[in-house]
Design a binder for this molecule. Structure first.
Ligand code: UT7
Length: 336
């Protein structure tokens, strides 16, 4: 059995910055509310005509990751693409990345696990590498939220939170037996709460003609619906559980954690977990202040930035943890 290791990281966010004050010009919200409840100061939005899409942002992040891994596109054996905001209903973003990057006819797998998408993708990639089937897997998380947000006051509890961007890693077979790499991954779901955070349509249960026929401005299944407080309460419990599960599986303790990179859902959630695990400020990475919640992209963007800032050192115990729509949640324990 092989082990896998992250050997390249990259991220990309659109240039266009949208501040809380910018939002307060189009909806009834304000900087104080957004910062107090979420910690977010600004986020990035794709601007019409800037050439960005979910797939193309993923490609930009992937190009950086592959270069930093000292590989070429031809070395990649599998693409895993996580998003909840694909360019097309089908096919998914994976095949578009394969095409845009002129890759060989390698498989492209799309992951639909929202905020946990990157952790799910990493787990799938890890299994393929462990068995020896593939050597280099490209995992991308990318989101174009701004294209589908309700920017009126009605949508404010959701729209102020989400931002656009992409992150990518190359996960490769670890040729050295030095104990580094992914130690374990832990995944969960609870579909009973699917409707607490979802976009209901267009879907086969609520297709386009039905939406048009209703001709009702209040019937907006195409905008995300979130029961914020319910999601928050579940998030703090599940984050803790799944981090503990990962630590226990490896006979580790919270005091062993060098860097926790939580999915950037809400700064208050990160702070709650930090307190629970009694971690010092420098042991929890947060960048939601700059980007908002970028769903599947949030962990790979944060991981890339932490690495670029020299905050991930060889031998460090790095913990990734995510929770979101589905509900789905998961963790990854890494020896860097
Ligand atoms: O990444 C996937 C996982 N997602 C999460 O983990 C998100 C979890 N949930 C949350 O982060 C929080 O629940 C939110 C940030 C979404 C909302 O914060 P909250 O403290 O739960 O606020 P709330 O929804 O209970 O709303 C409180 C008040 C309401 O007004 P009333 O009824 O008290 O008069 C809302 O209408 O705040 C109002 N409100 C706003 N006011 C100004 C809601 N959104 C806004 C807004 N600006 N953007």
């Amino acid at each position: 059995m092989y082990t896998s290791k992250i050997i390249g990281l990259g991220s990309y966010v659109p240039e266009h910055i949208v501040t809380n004050d910018d939002l307060s010009k189009v909806m009834d919200t304000n900087d104080a509310w957004i910062q107090e409840r979420t910690g977010i100061k600004e986020r990035r939005h794709i601007k019409k005509g800037d050439g960005n899409s979910t797939s193309s942002m993923g490609v930009k992040a992937a190009e950086i990751a592959i270069k930093r891994a000292s590989l070429t596109n031809d070395d990649i054996d599998l693409i895993v693409f996580a998003t909840l905001s694909p360019d097309m209903y089908f096919p998914g973003g994976g095949v578009q990345v394969q095409n845009m990057m002129n890759m060989k006819t390698i498989p492209a797998l799309d992951v639909r696990n929202q905020c946990s998408g990157f952790v799910y993708g990493l787990s799938v990639a890890d299994q393929f590498i462990k068995t020896g089937m593939y050597k280099n897997v490209l995992i991308i998380g990318s989101e174009n939220h701004s294209g589908g947000l309700d920017m009126s006051t009605r949508g404010r509890s959701v729209s102020v939170i989400f931002g656009d961007g992409a992150g990518a890693v190359v996960l490769s077979r670890n040729e050295k037996e030095d104990g580094s790499g992914i130690l374990s991954t832990h995944l969960h779901s609870e579909g009973a709460h699917a409707k607490e955070l979802c976009v209901e349509g267009p879907s086969m249960e609520c297709w386009v003609p039905e939406i048009i026929a209703k001709n009702d401005k209040e019937f907006t299944p195409y905008y995300a619906h979130m029961n914020g407080q319910f999601v928050f309460k579940n998030a703090v419990v599940r984050f803790s559980e799944v981090i503990n599960e990962g630590l226990e599986a490896n006979k580790l303790q919270a005091t062993d954690i060098d860097m926790l990179i939580p999915h950037q859902a809400n700064l208050r959630i990160s702070q709650f977990i930090q307190k629970q695990f009694k971690l010092a400020d420098e042991k929890v990475y947060n960048n939601i202040q700059k980007y908002g919640n970028t769903t599947a992209a949030s962990i790979p963007i944060a991981l890339t930035e932490a690495w670029e800032e020299g905050k991930l050192k060889e031998g460090d115990l790095v913990v990734l943890a995510a929770f979101g729509s589905g509900f789905t949640w998961g963790s990854t324990i890494i020896r860097w």
